[in-house]
Write a protein that binds this ligand. Structure first.
Ligand code: CP
Length: 314
């Protein structure tokens, strides 16, 4: 079970390894930057070459808008074409381990954790998905997009908060609106972190990159212009620094329902910037338990991907 990472990871690598092992496969983590993709190998070729020797494939490709999800679908096509051409009946599922649009194994893990904490369901629960200041790097948009799209399906009242200029991919916002309408939940957007926290049952404060600069990065990456990529990153961090007050602190937690909302984070968090040390210390075990759910999410996705009609067989 290969997992191909074009970005750093601690938790998802570990969850992939644990899930694949428990299902009887042997996990192999592949560093995307060490493959021939950088040298012009297409995603279809990469898929065929890894897929011909694998039983499952995971991919993380999250940093460039418009690219990661497309890469994964092309990888899947490469595998499917190879297996069909060689009359190989194996199923080699591709698991999205974070793309530019979504981080499905993360947000499904978040949902499992929320369901455990709110066993009566998320209907009517207020979930604040908010931007928070980070000096470390211009983080991907996929977690807030995934949270907005998934929790609205569950009937939650999702409030997305961010400073001006930090909007998300328009299609994902539209999907969140549609999901909220269909489920009877709600989806609102505000530029006030306090408003989002007010009365919230759960808060998910984390950073992501400024939208216009994330779009600029697409062109720089396509031109393989590393100097421009570096310069864009510097501008993104300077922009972030003008919103240092977007932090999850004790005062803001005091605005939440009963002053005791559940704090969520996909991790790693920038402690002291995205969240105060005190809030993180209080929720240290909570965020670890949240992270632990990913193992079971990946096991489920692999099992469904490997076994036709799994639900019927179970
Ligand atoms: N949250 C998350 O995906 O963690 P990693 O980046 O460490 O895998």
């Amino acid at each position: 079970a290969y997992a191909l990472f074009f970005d750093n990871s601690t938790r998802t690598k570990s969850a992939w390894a644990g899930a694949a092992s428990r299902l009887g496969m042997r996990p192999v983590i592949v560093d995307g930057s060490s493959t021939q993709v950088e040298h012009g190998e297409t995603a279809e070729e990469t898929g065929a070459m890894l897929g011909m020797n694998a039983h499952a494939l995971g991919v993380r490709h999250d940093l460039i808008l418009g690219e990661g999800n497309r890469f994964m679908r092309a990888v899947q096509q490469g595998i499917a074409d190879y297996l069909a051409a060689t009359r190989d009946a194996r199923r080699v599922p591709v698991v999205n381990l974070q793309c530019d649009i979504d981080h499905p194994t993360q947000v499904l893990a978040d949902l499992m954790w929320l369901r455990e904490r709110f066993p009566e369901g998320l209907r009517g629960r207020k979930i604040a998905m908010t931007w928070a200041y980070s000096p470390s790097y211009a983080k991907p948009l996929s977690v807030p997009q995934g949270v907005a799209m998934l929790m609205t399906r569950e009937g939650a009242e999702v409030v997305l908060a961010h400073p001006p200029g930090y909007t998300l991919m328009p299609d994902t916002l539209e999907t969140a609106r549609k999901h909220a309408q269909a489920s009877g939940g709600s989806f609102t957007v505000t530029d006030s972190m306090d408003d989002a926290f007010a009365g919230a049952d759960a808060v998910y404060p984390k950073s992501w990159g400024p939208y216009d600069l994330m779009l600029e990065r697409v062109d720089a990456n396509r031109a393989r212009d590393k100097a421009r990529m570096g310069e864009i990153e510097k501008r993104a961090l300077a922009r972030n620094a003008s919103h240092r007050d977007w932090i999850c602190d004790e005062r803001r937690m005091g605005l939440t329902k009963g002053g005791d909302a559940l704090y969520l984070h996909c991790l790693p968090a920038d402690i002291g910037d995205e969240v105060t040390p005190g809030v993180m210390a209080k929720h240290k075990v909570n965020v670890a338990r949240e992270a632990n759910k990913k193992l079971y999410v990946i096991m489920a996705l692999l099992a469904v991907g490997k076994h036709p009609e799994l639900a019927k067989r179970l």
